[in-house]
Design a protein around this ligand. Structure first.
Ligand SMILES: Nc1ncnc2c1ncn2[C@@H]1O[C@H](COP(=O)(O)OP(=O)(O)OP(=O)(O)O)[C@@H](O)[C@H]1O
Ligand SMILES: [Mg+2]
Length: 303
């Protein structure tokens, strides 16, 4: 694996600081008051059952959604909720549902990710001025370096749609890295991979971290998460339930309960669930009262 240029954030400083992030869709609160930090040199995991709000939280961090409440700072600066500005600031991401340009080559896909870091303007590109040519060559060189790093250099000319699934996920990572991020967000990077591919991805993520890029990763594969992450946060029904090292999270019975769907005291959404239950009980009681009256009459009639 070739090396990349190291970024300069000193280990331990806060790279990402999300505070009080809430995202409502009409009556549904998908993310509720979530605080999360990621420090330089860290790999942080975000786990939680399906529908817990993990991807929505990523979308709030990257400007795809404008959070209903809360703010997101990157290296001390509050981010405007606009995807291109977030990328420019230094946050890159991959998607749960792979988003590649299927009919473009592997190299071209990475070049697209490089776009935010090229300074040459539209006229320079259209007129093919010398400055543009030079910048383009530099971009190609950088992107080939990334493909080398990710292990896809020999497939640079292949169409993205012809890549096996695991390679497509890796290509998404290469494209994200092309924007020279200081923080990389990975949404289920090993989904659909076999155990061998998962192990390779794990090594790749460690290697990216070693290049000075902080990482926040969503995954359902617990072995992968607990092996990889310095810290893990658990989202349940949009709220952060627990956060800590692997042993702390693994030892927390509320996490197990949340995954098994067992209710526990003070669980996120428990209040709402209790209200719904009470309302249902009342409604059932009324319905029962409604049905019992005529039945009695009926019985009386038949007697
Ligand atoms: N654009 C949207 N409009 C309305 N509801 C949404 C939207 N995006 C997400 N949701 C809802 O928000 C909740 C959280 O969804 P989200 O995709 O963030 O969960 P997740 O934790 O990523 O789940 P999974 O592990 O299955 O990927 C779900 O109830 C989902 O239906
Ligand atoms: Mg998701």
């Amino acid at each position: 694996m070739t090396t990349m240029t190291k970024t300069d954030a000193p280990t331990g400083t806060t790279v990402l600081d999300a505070s009080g992030v809430t995202m409502r869709f009409g009556g549904l609160t998908a993310v509720r008051g979530v605080d999360l930090t990621v420090n330089a040199g860290e790999i942080v995991g975000l786990i939680g059952p399906n529908g817990a709000g993990k991807t929505t939280f990523f979308n709030c961090l990257t400007g795809l959604y404008v959070p209903t409440e809360g703010k997101v700072s990157y290296k001390g600066t509050v981010l405007p909720p606009k995807p291109h500005l977030v990328t420019q600031a230094g946050i890159a991401r991959t998607f749960q549902n792979i988003r590649l340009f299927a009919n473009m080559t592997v190299l071209e896909n990475v070049l697209v990710g490089r776009h935010t870091r090229t300074k040459e303007g539209l006229w320079s590109a259209l007129l093919r001025l010398p400055g543009y040519k030079k910048a383009e060559n530099a971009s190609r060189e950088r992107c080939m370096e990334l493909l080398e790093f990710i292990g896809l250099a020999d497939k640079a000319d292949h169409l993205a749609r012809n890549l096996p699934y695991g390679d497509q996920r890796k290509l998404e990572i290469a494209r994200a890295l092309a924007s020279d991020p200081g923080l990389l967000l990975l949404d289920e990077p090993t989904a659909g991979m076999n155990p061998q591919e998962t192990r390779v991805t794990e090594e790749l993520i460690f290697a990216i971290r070693d290049q000075g890029i902080a990482i926040l990763v969503i995954e359902h594969d617990m072995r992968f998460i607990f092996n990889l992450c310095d810290r893990v946060a658990v989202l349940v029904q949009g709220e952060k339930l627990v956060e800590g090292t692997a042993p702390v999270v693994q030892g927390d019975e509320r996490v197990v309960a949340a995954y098994l769907g067992t209710p526990f005291e003070g669980a996120p959404g428990a209040e709402e669930a209790a209200e719904v239950e009470a309302a249902e009980a009342t409604a059932a009681g009324t319905a029962k009262a409604d049905t019992t009256t005529p039945t009695t009459t009926e019985e009386e009639d038949t007697r």
